[in-house]
Write a protein that binds this ligand. Structure first.
Ligand code: PFF
Length: 491
């Protein structure tokens, strides 16, 4: 009865589209290519895939199993499973809250760029005020009013989908959006691969080359890949616990726990194949301002340049629109899951008390609070000094904070440091300790085997992962993140 009130996925396909939608986001289309660009291309890819198998699969399975077992969101799940670990649920909740508050501002940028390319299609010079890519981005981040407007639109869209409920809102949207996203991505990949000189980019990604290990350092590559992996898979903050809690006992958890990371990695590689060959092609053709290792500016500066100057004209504007709209879809399907993590806490509380969940009202209220917290991100120009933040030149320190030059240069950096930097790796460490050392891996086995005719296949593998590989690996990520944020110079 309670489960009926909370809602359930209509089908396993619907669940998978929502979960893959959560995983595939700015992390794949933005973070993955730029981090790969800055960390040696192929070497980074290999380390990344290795981590997905030995760390990602296990955290995914653990989260899905715990969520389905308790039938509650992240806060309720930890509270039910262990008094000592109850607070871990809160760090998950807060991570979702903080990530969404800046994710929505960045999602708003993708809307602005989509609109810009549409306007350019209609009349040249109207979409980006006749500015070059760097100049436009510089002016956008300091336009508080514009940022607020797009943040508000993005957040309203996210709220309107989550309000519709699990099967009637989230599943209905992602079932259409994810296949559409994949098709759009394929179209962009084909265009990108058929540009003159595109093989420069393909080679950078796929030609075996491990020189990065000696040039950049193996530990640095490993640390960056590990941080990217768990953010990209939406792990460590209870998002998959929450999505797992709406899953029926008839669905095979072990299989799902592998499908989601594999699909996410395919999307990340596809995003790399959409971006790198285009960047490579225009580097090869000598277009100004384009290179692989340009860091976080890749999405909004380099790629804007690729479409508006590299490709140029009607085709450039058309593909520019297609690409940024695709990024918008990827971002909103992730934002939905972040909002659901937060809303589920309040919904669970009402359901526990036997009350009507009141999903619509709660979603609006929670979404509005997230919006308010994001206002600070809109107004400080990403640390460019508009609201008294430390001046950073160029003002392009963004998402992931990996290239931060000034500690806490912006609110975005600060929220990101709390959530991605500390809470998420900590959440992953504690979840694996809870399963591996407190409850025992049997808790996962029992939950998986509730599904008729299903047996947990790789018990030993999971046990080793929960007990040793995940906690050790994640401690490493945590250290790496702290090292980055505070510039400790450990790695
Ligand atoms: N996985 C998303 C991305 O790659 O952009 C980000 C994210 C979504 C992180 C949901 C965490 C989460 F719970």
């Amino acid at each position: 009865m309670e489960q009926e009130k909370r809602g359930q996925w209509g089908s396993n396909f619907g669940f998978l589209m929502a979960a893959i939608g959560s995983a595939v986001g700015l992390g794949n289309i933005w973070g993955f290519p730029y981090k790969m660009g800055a960390n040696g291309g192929f070497a980074f890819l290999v380390v990344y895939l290795f981590l997905v198998v030995f760390v990602g699969f296990a955290i995914m399975l653990g989260e899905l199993a715990l969520g389905r077992k308790t039938g509650m969101g992240v806060v309720g799940t930890y509270k039910t499973l262990s008094k000592k670990f109850a607070w871990v649920g809160w760090i998950g909740f807060l991570s979702g809250f903080f990530i969404l508050s800046f994710y929505s501002v960045l999602g708003g940028y993708t809307l602005r760029y989509s609109l810009g390319f549409i306007l350019e299609l209609l009349s040249s010079g109207t979409g980006f005020g006749g500015m070059g890519s760097g100049e436009f981005f510089g002016s956008l981040i300091v336009s508080g009013g514009t940022n607020l407007l797009y943040h508000a639109i993005f957040m309203s869209l996210t709220i309107s989908i989550v309000m519709g409920g699990i099967s009637g809102g989230i599943e209905r949207f992602t079932k259409v959006a994810m296949p559409a996203l994949f098709i759009m991505l394929l179209i962009v990949i084909i265009r990108s691969l058929t540009l003159e000189g595109s093989m420069v980019g393909v080679e950078f990604m796929l030609a075996p080359n491990f020189s990065a290990f000696s040039e950049i350092g193996f530990m640095r590559v490993l640390k960056t890949a590990a941080g990217q992996m768990f953010f990209s898979l939406s792990l460590g903050m209870g998002c998959m616990i929450t999505y797992g809690s709406y899953l029926s006992k008839h669905e095979n958890l072990e299989k799902n726990a592998m499908i989601i990371p594999i699909a996410d990695s395919i999307f990340a590689i596809c995003a790399g194949l959409a971006v790198m060959p285009a960047v490579g092609a225009f580097m090869y053709q000598g277009v100004e301002g384009i290179s692989f290792g340009q860091g976080p500016g890749l999405l909004f500066v380099t790629l804007h340049q690729v479409f508006s100057v590299g490709m140029g004209g009607f085709v450039g504007n058309l593909f520019g629109f297609l690409f940024y709209f695709l990024v918008f879809i990827a971002a909103i399907t992730s934002a939905i899951s972040l909002l659901e993590v937060c809303a589920a806490f309040f919904i669970d509380r009402r359901v526990e008390k036997g009350l009507d969940p009141d999903r619509k009202k709660l979603t609006i209220v929670v979404g509005f609070i997230v919006f308010l917290v994001g206002v600070l991100v809109c107004l400080d120009g990403l640390g460019s000094g508009v609201a008294g933040g430390a001046a950073i030149d160029p003002p392009g320190v963004m998402f992931g904070m990996k290239d931060i030059r000034v500690a806490f240069g912006s609110w975005l950096d600060f929220y990101d440091m709390i959530a991605e930097g500390i809470f998420m790796p900590l959440g992953a460490i504690l979840m694996s300790v809870l399963i591996g050392w407190v409850l025992g891996t049997n808790v996962v086995k029992e939950e998986v085997e509730l599904t008729p005719d299903v047996q947990l296949k790789a018990y030993k593998f999971w046990e080793i992962c929960f007990k040793f590989i995940v906690p050790i690996g994640m401690c490493f990520v945590l250290m790496g993140q702290l090292d980055d944020f505070f510039g400790l110079g450990i790695f």
